[in-house]
Design a protein around this ligand. Structure first.
Ligand code: GLN
Length: 545
């Protein structure tokens, strides 16, 4: 079998240029040509994984099937490629050092002095090549987090330099993503920052093979020629990445710029078929030509930062396209929801989503939002903490269990309807110790869940410590909150529904992680459909008045 080829994506000039989207778009094009491709992200921070990071720091923590808590770029990879990633696809400096230090403690270095070069760089090289080891992939794309020149990126850049040399020119290439800013006072695009950033890379011994230039304006032939000449690349390897109205346009934009063809040429791979993007373009067509519009409230406490709920927002885009509906998301800060503001904030919505989260801040507003949606019969989806809030709301307002709560928020609540699992009570370390990854769930006949999934058994990804307390199951069920999804092994309740309401679903897991362009998540698709029907009813009701 042919050797796996490696593509490294580095970034220069500025952060947030969208390396993840470029990597995912190139991977999409290569996949659409029949190459088995995967993407890996190397993050230069010292946290072992982003699981312990506040969403304000680094956006959402994305969870894979195998329960790895990873960078949100892995979400883009899965959404673009429709292929699962795993722990091996996200490596941080913390994880690299942890593993090297463990080896040192075990005496594996046989008395040698353990150093950044070669021990840390070797560990990085091993992690990169792990994905190519079993020849499962034709191409592995490795995105190096951070910006070249950063102190913390140095070991990664050195590892890439060594690997490129070891693998040879036909088997490895470097794509450098930079910014070509537009100076409005001069009315010009400026190439100097890119030149400097390519030079910085060169100082570390790496010559960029392809330049992808983020820009707000078209790059003229002159600019392309200049960039090619001063940055030492062929002109066809200067790729423009102009601001897009949606990230899902980027694969087609990269196709037009020929990013896939230069890549294949450089890697000496055949370029004899054109990429099959039929399904992708079908999705884009539906996304861009909606026939209806709905407004859904996203009730959370990290709403200031869009990246905190990345997968939820993307899942709505997939589900919107599936329904030919434009989904407007109104982010509503749960801390500002109370008796006086609630009507104003929620009554006009066609759907209410109460988001996942941790800690006490803003939970009372979430509970108020659930109540409003339940009583006014607005379609409701509660995810993880959102589902827990739905149970608390029902316990307080229907079962009349005063001060019912989760022990996460109130350790001495008289009615712990959401409580820690026994296994979780012993845990002292916070990293990687939640209920994580994929778990099975059996669906009750006749439930919304069963209808939506069209299946009796499903598996979904989790990330939480607290659970529905089965001691209250009988009371909740008898008053109208049904448990419609149960973990067959642990008997934990994973889904609740209120059949008296037209569409009220709370899920303990995170459906958003599994929604992709090729396979929009059924629960989001059904929720958007319910919102669409609700909005039509509301319009008809207004007309009838
Ligand atoms: N804080 C809750 C728990 O740990 C919910 C977590 C979440 O929403 N992801 O159980």
């Amino acid at each position: 079998m042919a050797e796996t080829k490696y593509i490294f994506v580095t970034g220069g000039v500025s952060s947030s240029l969208g390396k993840g989207i470029i990597a995912a778009s190139l991977a999409k094009l290569l996949q659409a040509r029949g190459y088995k491709t995967t993407i890996q992200k190397l993050d230069p921070y010292i946290n072992v994984d982003p699981g312990t990071l506040n969403p304000y720091e680094h956006g959402e923590c994305y969870v894979t099937e195998d329960g790895a808590e990873t960078d949100l770029d892995l979400g883009h990879y899965e959404r673009f490629l429709n292929v699962n990633t795993s722990q091996a696809n996200n490596v941080t400096t913390g994880r690299i050092y942890q593993s090297v230090i463990e080896k040192e403690r075990r005496g594996e270095f046989l008395g040698k002095t353990v150093q950044v070069v070669p021990h840390i760089t070797n560990e990085i090289k091993e992690r990169i090549q792990l994905l190519g080891k079993n020849h499962e992939y034709d191409i592995v794309i490795t995105e190096i987090g951070g910006t070249v020149g950063d102190i913390e990126s140095l070991p990664y850049i050195e590892a890439v330099r060594q690997l490129k040399w070891e693998l040879g020119d036909d088997n490895a290439l470097v794509i450098h993503l930079t910014l070509v800013p537009f100076l409005s006072a001069a009315g010009e695009l400026k190439t100097k920052p890119t030149q400097h950033s390519v030079k910085t890379l060169m100082e570390s011994g790496i010559k960029a093979d392809i330049l992808v230039c983020r820009t707000e304006h078209e790059l003229s032939d002159d600019i392309r020629r200049k960039l090619a000449l001063f940055c030492n690349v062929k002109q066809e390897a200067v790729i423009q990445s102009i601001d897009a109205s949606t990230i899902y346009d980027v694969p087609n934009m990269m196709l037009e710029e020929g990013l896939d063809t230069v890549t294949l040429k450089k890697l000496a791979l055949p370029d004899d078929s054109s990429p099959n993007l039929t399904q992708w373009n079908e999705f884009l067509k539906r996304h861009k030509n909606p026939k209806h519009e709905v407004t859904i409230g996203l009730i959370g406490k990290y709403v200031e930062l869009q990246d905190s709920y990345k997968s939820i927002l993307e899942a709505f885009i997939h589900a919107g396209a599936a329904n030919e509906v434009k989904v407007n998301i109104e982010s509503i800060h749960s801390e500002f929801i109370n008796d006086t503001t609630i009507k104003n904030k929620i009554s006009h919505l066609d759907g209410v989503l109460v988001a996942p989260g941790f800690g006490e801040r803003g939970v009372e507003g979430k509970i108020d939002a659930v109540r409003f949606a339940r009583e006014q019969k607005i379609p409701f989806l509660g995810i993880c903490l959102g589902m827990q809030m739905a149970v608390i709301e029902f316990a307080r307002n229907v079962l009349k269990l005063k001060n019912a709560n989760s022990t996460e928020m109130d350790a001495s609540t008289p009615h712990p309807v959401i409580d820690l699992m026994e296994e979780q009570k012993e845990i002292t370390h916070l990293g990687g110790t939640m209920r994580l990854g994929s778990w099975k769930c059996e669906l009750k006949e006749g439930s919304i869940a069963e209808e939506v999934y069209g299946n009796k058994t499903i598996s979904e990804r989790h990330r939480h410590r607290y659970e529905y307390n089965n001691k209250y199951a009988e009371q909740l069920e008898s008053q109208g909150m049904l448990s419609t999804g149960i973990n067959p092994d642990t008997k934990l309740v994973e889904i609740v529904e209120v059949p008296e309401h037209p569409w009220f679903v709370g899920v303990q897991y995170h459906p958003e992680y599994k929604s992709t362009v090729a396979s929009p998540h059924p629960l989001f698709v059904a929720f958007v459909k319910a919102a669409k029907e609700y909005s039509k009813q509301q319009k008809n009701a207004t007309l009838a008045q």
